[in-house]
Design a protein around this ligand. Structure first.
Ligand SMILES: [Zn+2]
Length: 377
């Protein structure tokens, strides 16, 4: 059967959408002339669509800054607060929220210490705290597109339940009460999947090549982006790199197996082996504390093993994120050297890089709603 031509209306919407997306991704306000040139559109078409976007409150007029003097030309930029989205994260000992604008910038955040893994009424606690966060920071809740919630485990969207979360010691826990009990749309996702989505959303469109995201927190998860698509796996359990076996019969892992990457490289090593928080560990490491230095060498050695295995499987960039990676600026070069030493094909490992996104899981979960909104403009 032949494909139907898109209707005139849909074609017009696509033009408007491409103009909005160009403005959205531009690093500075962009002029009408620049839009006509970039998208090969006529000036009347651009003027018509800019008028609609301005009227709908989706874009603003901004000044194009130039180093030379004289009259400054005007351009258009995204109206950042026209819509908002909330990112939330449940972990074993915390409940966290952030409020994001259209560009995924964090406007407000709240972090609550709470034993989520031991709370029999976790959905009730979540909904009460979500309500409080909205009341405190969103004077106009109608602007909120939705709440993206991350879970450190495998989540089944069909049954609204956590299938398994080794770090939270959870199995088959329904979160349907959260989805059905909230006034706002709720989207629940695995934390590393959310983080990978944030990485993708914040890359400029011309740099969105294949990559694997490796999230280093109390657990280790991942995200695979290949051929312009997320690879989820047959059961939505792809990229569980934390449970890739790297040492036969090695350290006991939260999943019940032995020798997993997570057992060697997660933040739990700092607390379990040395009784330290991640922040305290890296502060001591900076002071060249011998116990911290020894443990960190061991973490890096095993992390390099995990990374080279991922590189051999996918032959693409490997991005490190999560709250451990946020402390790794000065360690990325030593890590690259360790990876390169294991690489049979390359003398350097510049394919390993650090993510620039903090709170990536929550931001990626919030992006679920912002991205959908942008696509529909
Ligand atoms: Zn494991």
């Amino acid at each position: 059967m032949a494909q139907l031509e898109p209707t005139i209306t849909e074609r017009r919407r696509q033009t408007r959408n491409s103009i909005y997306q160009l403005i959205y991704h531009a690093k500075r306000p962009i002029s009408k002339l620049e839009i006509t040139q970039a998208l090969h559109l006529s000036m009347p078409t651009v003027q018509l669509n800019i008028g609609e976007l301005l009227e709908a409150g989706l874009i603003d007029v901004g000044e194009i800054k130039r180093s030379t003097g004289g009259r400054r030309p005007m351009g258009y930029e995204v109206k950042r607060d026209c819509k908002l989205a909330i990112g939330a994260a449940i972990s074993a000992d915390h409940l966290r929220f952030i409020l994001c604008d259209m560009k995924l910038e964090e406007l407000h955040k709240r972090s609550l210490l709470h034993d989520c893994d031991a709370d029999p009424d976790l959905p009730g606690f979540f909904l009460r705290e979500l309500g409080r966060f909205v009341r405190d920071y969103c004077p106009d809740p109608s602007k909120i597109l939705g709440v993206g919630l991350t879970i450190p485990g495998i989540y089944d969207e069909k049954t609204d339940s956590v299938v398994i979360s080794p770090t939270m010691r959870m199995k088959d826990i329904s979160l349907r009460t959260i989805v059905e009990g909230s006034d706002l749309p709720v989207y629940i996702v695995n934390d590393s999947t959310g983080a990978g989505a944030a990485e993708l959303a914040t890359l400029p469109p011309n740099r969105q090549g294949d990559f694997v995201y490796l999230m280093l927190e109390n657990g280790i998860g991942g995200y695979i982006y290949l051929n312009h698509q997320v690879y989820e796996g047959a059961n939505g359990r792809s990229a569980e790199f934390g449970h890739m076996r790297i040492v036969p019969g090695g350290r006991k892992c939260n999943c019940g197996q032995n020798g997993c990457l997570e057992a060697y490289c997660s933040a739990l090593r700092f607390s379990r082996d040395l009784g330290m928080t991640t922040e305290a560990f890296f502060a001591k490491l900076d002071q060249k504390d011998p116990a911290c230095t020894k443990l960190w060498e061991d973490v890096l050695d095993h992390l390099a093993l995990g990374i080279i295995n991922i590189r051999m499987a996918f032959d693409c960039d490997i991005v490190l994120g999560g709250f451990v990676a946020e402390h790794m600026d000065k360690w990325i070069e030593p890590l690259r050297e360790k990876v390169a030493a294991l690489d049979p094909f390359s003398a350097t490992a510049d394919y390993v890089r650090l993510s620039a996104n903090a709170e990536a899981g929550m931001r990626g979960a919030a992006w679920h709603f912002i991205g959908q909104f942008i696509e529909a403009i």
